[in-house]
Design a protein around this ligand. Structure first.
Ligand SMILES: [Zn+2]
Length: 113
Protein backbone atom coordinates (compact mmCIF):
# COMPACT_ATOMS: atom_id res chain seq x y z
CA UNK A 1 0.00 0.00 0.00
CA UNK A 2 1.54 3.27 -1.07
CA UNK A 3 1.03 6.41 0.94
CA UNK A 4 1.41 9.65 -0.89
CA UNK A 5 0.68 13.25 -0.25
CA UNK A 6 -0.77 15.70 -2.70
CA UNK A 7 -0.23 19.43 -2.36
CA UNK A 8 -3.49 21.21 -1.79
CA UNK A 9 -2.36 24.73 -0.96
CA UNK A 10 0.76 26.83 -0.87
CA UNK A 11 0.87 30.14 0.95
CA UNK A 12 3.69 32.67 0.81
CA UNK A 13 4.33 34.16 4.27
CA UNK A 14 5.77 37.61 4.91
CA UNK A 15 7.49 36.55 8.12
CA UNK A 16 11.25 36.56 8.62
CA UNK A 17 12.94 33.28 7.93
CA UNK A 18 14.59 32.04 11.18
CA UNK A 19 17.61 31.03 9.08
CA UNK A 20 18.34 33.77 6.59
CA UNK A 21 15.99 36.50 7.94
CA UNK A 22 14.65 37.12 4.46
CA UNK A 23 10.96 38.06 4.39
CA UNK A 24 10.24 36.73 0.91
CA UNK A 25 11.33 33.13 1.23
CA UNK A 26 8.85 31.44 3.58
CA UNK A 27 6.28 29.19 1.98
CA UNK A 28 3.73 27.18 3.90
CA UNK A 29 2.64 24.04 2.15
CA UNK A 30 -0.44 21.96 2.97
CA UNK A 31 -0.52 18.34 1.89
CA UNK A 32 -3.30 15.80 2.05
CA UNK A 33 -2.62 12.12 2.41
CA UNK A 34 -3.74 9.74 -0.30
CA UNK A 35 -3.56 5.98 -0.22
CA UNK A 36 -3.12 4.07 -3.43
CA UNK A 37 -3.24 0.32 -4.04
CA UNK A 38 -3.72 -1.70 -7.24
CA UNK A 39 -7.44 -1.79 -6.48
CA UNK A 40 -8.34 1.69 -5.34
CA UNK A 41 -7.17 5.20 -4.75
CA UNK A 42 -8.43 7.06 -1.68
CA UNK A 43 -8.10 10.60 -0.44
CA UNK A 44 -7.94 10.60 3.36
CA UNK A 45 -9.00 13.51 5.62
CA UNK A 46 -5.43 13.68 6.97
CA UNK A 47 -3.70 17.01 6.36
CA UNK A 48 -0.13 17.90 7.15
CA UNK A 49 1.73 21.13 6.67
CA UNK A 50 5.32 22.08 6.27
CA UNK A 51 7.21 25.33 6.16
CA UNK A 52 10.11 25.89 3.79
CA UNK A 53 12.25 28.85 2.94
CA UNK A 54 12.87 29.20 -0.76
CA UNK A 55 15.58 31.79 -0.29
CA UNK A 56 17.94 29.65 1.79
CA UNK A 57 16.31 26.38 0.68
CA UNK A 58 15.72 25.12 4.24
CA UNK A 59 12.85 23.27 5.90
CA UNK A 60 11.74 25.27 8.95
CA UNK A 61 10.57 22.99 11.76
CA UNK A 62 8.02 24.09 14.38
CA UNK A 63 10.73 24.35 17.08
CA UNK A 64 12.25 27.21 15.10
CA UNK A 65 9.01 29.06 14.47
CA UNK A 66 8.58 32.48 16.00
CA UNK A 67 5.30 33.50 17.67
CA UNK A 68 4.41 35.38 14.50
CA UNK A 69 4.91 32.32 12.33
CA UNK A 70 2.85 30.25 14.83
CA UNK A 71 0.00 32.73 14.55
CA UNK A 72 0.03 32.82 10.75
CA UNK A 73 0.22 29.03 10.48
CA UNK A 74 -2.66 28.65 12.97
CA UNK A 75 -4.74 31.00 10.87
CA UNK A 76 -3.87 29.25 7.60
CA UNK A 77 -4.75 25.88 9.16
CA UNK A 78 -8.26 27.23 9.79
CA UNK A 79 -8.83 28.53 6.29
CA UNK A 80 -7.29 25.66 4.36
CA UNK A 81 -9.90 23.88 2.27
CA UNK A 82 -9.09 20.17 2.03
CA UNK A 83 -10.39 17.95 -0.72
CA UNK A 84 -13.34 15.83 0.35
CA UNK A 85 -12.21 12.32 1.18
CA UNK A 86 -13.25 9.75 -1.38
CA UNK A 87 -12.32 6.31 -2.62
CA UNK A 88 -12.09 5.55 -6.29
CA UNK A 89 -12.00 2.00 -7.58
CA UNK A 90 -9.43 1.30 -10.24
CA UNK A 91 -9.90 -0.63 -13.49
CA UNK A 92 -8.58 -3.81 -11.84
CA UNK A 93 -11.37 -3.74 -9.21
CA UNK A 94 -13.99 -3.02 -11.84
CA UNK A 95 -12.82 -5.89 -14.04
CA UNK A 96 -13.03 -8.21 -11.00
CA UNK A 97 -16.54 -6.96 -10.19
CA UNK A 98 -17.70 -7.21 -13.79
CA UNK A 99 -15.96 -10.57 -14.14
CA UNK A 100 -17.76 -11.73 -10.97
CA UNK A 101 -21.15 -10.59 -12.28
CA UNK A 102 -20.47 -12.30 -15.61
CA UNK A 103 -19.59 -15.53 -13.77
CA UNK A 104 -22.79 -15.36 -11.70
CA UNK A 105 -24.78 -14.70 -14.87
CA UNK A 106 -23.08 -17.63 -16.56
CA UNK A 107 -23.75 -20.01 -13.67
CA UNK A 108 -27.41 -18.91 -13.51
CA UNK A 109 -27.88 -19.54 -17.23
CA UNK A 110 -26.19 -22.95 -16.83
CA UNK A 111 -28.58 -23.84 -13.99
CA UNK A 112 -31.57 -22.71 -16.07
CA UNK A 113 -30.40 -24.80 -18.99
ZN1 LIG B 1 15.60 31.40 4.69
Amino acid sequence: MAEKHIEIKEVALNNNCPHCYNTKGLHLLFKQKIVETSFYKAITPEIKHELNCKTCDTAIYPEQWTDDIDRVVDYQKKVVDPKSPFTKLKALSWSLIIGGIALIGLSISLVVL
